[in-house]
Design a protein around this ligand. Structure first.
Ligand code: PBG
Ligand code: ZN
Length: 324
């Protein structure tokens, strides 16, 4: 049989007709960091373009996001007071509950996802209650209060809950608590495959959540383990998660593909703070064509199998898409 060895060079029109992957503004969830006060909008030095905002500013920001076609946010709270169990996260008048309520009131059409964890709310900066004897997080004690945190988010009007603490068994616990409280249709997006990563550095500046001792490697995953990474996501699918996630994104795209193929749930990637900072500072120093590299990066997430991209670049991408 004749096998043609030279491929026809396609023109621009045909190249876009046959393109396999595309990026759309609808793929994105934009992270917002809220704190108490009024008129506060403080840029984070390690993440130019990312701000800690008071609730009134976050409400304004949502207006800007909607103009760009961005209708999904994920909220992180920075409380005034931190303590050993992260009480602010369990209180109906805590920062996150107030933020959800206020944002939904002004922007009912905004899809509000909440990050469910304790590290921003604890004085030790770990993702759960500390087992003093073993100087590590007490998985099951943390599960007990996680259900409570989920109900606080749900009551305040969250549209989706995203547990990020990597506690074993959390999806089942949250699903059960939410169902019992009448929130059977509130979806859970699990940070199902989350690695212990150096790429979270800048986030911990914004969220003021650097652990005061030790690190998170007892509960977050070892970057060297592929099979464990897949098993963690498969387990969360079985426990009732609605959406799975790989985090960070760029160094783990092999696993985005593998988990996409091994499960039947939609997949999210978290394009984390350190990934953002790398491109930002390379761009600022004219080392790369920033817009082009950002788009290339976003396409790589979609090509790997991501349905949802959580990214600090979302606004910039939306603007680029409007122009093109
Ligand atoms: C909280 C949480 C973290 C991120 C999202 N949720 C920090 C961490 O686990 O240390 C990281 C996001 C980023 O780096 O952009 N558990
Ligand atoms: Zn955490």
């Amino acid at each position: 049989m004749f096998k043609r060895f030279r491929r026809t060079r396609l023109n621009k029109h045909l190249r876009s007709l046959v393109r396999e992957t595309s990026v759309s503004v609808e793929d994105f969830i934009y992270p917002l960091f809220v704190r108490s006060g009024e008129g506060i909008k403080t840029e984070v030095s390690s993440m130019p373009g990312v701000f800690q905002m008071s609730i009134d500013e976050a409400i304004k920001e949502c207006g800007e996001l909607k103009k760009l076609g961005l209708y999904s946010i994920i909220l992180f709270g920075i409380p005034d007071v931190k303590d050993s169990i992260g009480s602010d996260a369990l209180c109906e008048h805590g920062i996150i509950a107030e933020a959800i309520r206020s944002i939904k009131k002004v922007h009912p059409d905004m899809f509000v996802v909440t990050d469910l964890c304790f590290c921003e709310y604890t004085d030790h900066g770990h993702c759960g209650i500390i087992d003093e004897v073993h100087e590590t997080v007490d998985n099951d004690a943390t599960l007990e209060i996680s259900g409570q945190q989920a109900i606080v988010h749900a009551k305040a009007g969250a549209d989706m809950i995203a547990p990020s603490g990597m506690m074993d068994g959390i999806i089942e616990v949250l699903r059960t608590s939410l169902d019992k409280a009448g929130y059977e249709n509130l979806p859970i997006m699990s940070y199902s495959t989350k690695f212990a990563s150096g790429y979270y550095g800048p986030f911990r500046d914004v969220a003021e959540s650097t652990p005061s001792f030790g690190d998170r490697s007892t509960y977050q995953m070892d970057p060297a383990n592929r099979r464990e990474a897949i098993a963690e996501s498969v387990s969360d699918e079985l426990q009732g998660a609605d959406i799975l996630m790989v985090k960070p994104a760029l160094a783990y795209l092999d696993l985005v593909r593998e988990i996409k193929d091994a499960t039947s749930l939609p997949m999210a990637v978290y394009n984390v703070s350190g990934e953002y900072a790398m491109l930002k500072f390379a761009g600022k120093n004219d080392l790369i064509d920033y817009d082009r590299v950002v788009m290339e990066t976003m396409i790589s997430f979609k090509r790997a199998g991501a349905d949802i991209i959580i990214s600090y670049h979302a606004k910039e991408v939306a603007k680029m898409l409007q122009k093109s």
